[in-house]
Design a protein around this ligand. Sequence first.
Ligand SMILES: Cc1cc2nc3c(=O)[nH]c(=O)nc-3n(C[C@H](O)[C@H](O)[C@H](O)COP(=O)(O)O)c2cc1C
Length: 208
Amino acid sequence: MKIIAINGSHRKGKNTATLLNALLEEATAGGATTELLELTDYNIKHCLSCNKCLGRPQCSITDDDMAAIGDKLLAADGIVLGSPVYWGNVTALMKNFMDRTRYMHMVKNMLAGKVGAAVTNAGLRNGGQEMALRIMESFLAAQGLHVVDCRNHDGPIMYSGVAGSLLADVKDGKVVWRKSVLEDEAAMLAAKQLGRNIVKLIKALRNN
Ligand SMILES: Cc1cc2nc3c(=O)[nH]c(=O)nc-3n(C[C@H](O)[C@H](O)[C@H](O)COP(=O)(O)O)c2cc1C
């Protein structure tokens, strides 16, 4: 069982990566082989909107790293997208990645039947996390993946999405910042639960 996480943060190894790594650690404990792919490490050109992928499942741009990433997506059973909130949205890196997967979708849904999930982190509380999650989850659903959420059906309800924030609180008019999302216990627990839920769904789909 292979699970790949794609980090659209412009900063490698920071908060979004922390959430993804917590999720992947949990997935590894459940028996998965995992990989974290940082989009900043890859050269991904912008989609040209040439529309050649309407007639064949292939991108006309071949002199960048997108085909290699596409091969990794095809080889995975689970795909997790992570993006910080930028302007209430996903990052430009994440959106560019999404655009370039169009060739996997237009002739046939090449990723159909896999399991997908998303995580996000923002500076503020209510800083756009729900929108960023919805954008990534809608993309995964359009690509034919089974989108899984982080709910823990056996325990107390503490979260409804992996949505970290750096703003911890406001005390006497002053903002209290977290040093990192590691201090956002609900988000870290949600990331771990999502890792378990992804493994559970992949196993259930395999047995059917
Ligand atoms: C260009 C830009 C736009 C941002 N827009 C928002 C925003 O709309 N809402 C918010 O709460 N935080 C916003 N932030 C803060 C980031 O979401 C936050 O710092 C996040 O933790 C970054 O993730 P990272 O640590 O993985 O890089 C923005 C940051 C940048 C650089």
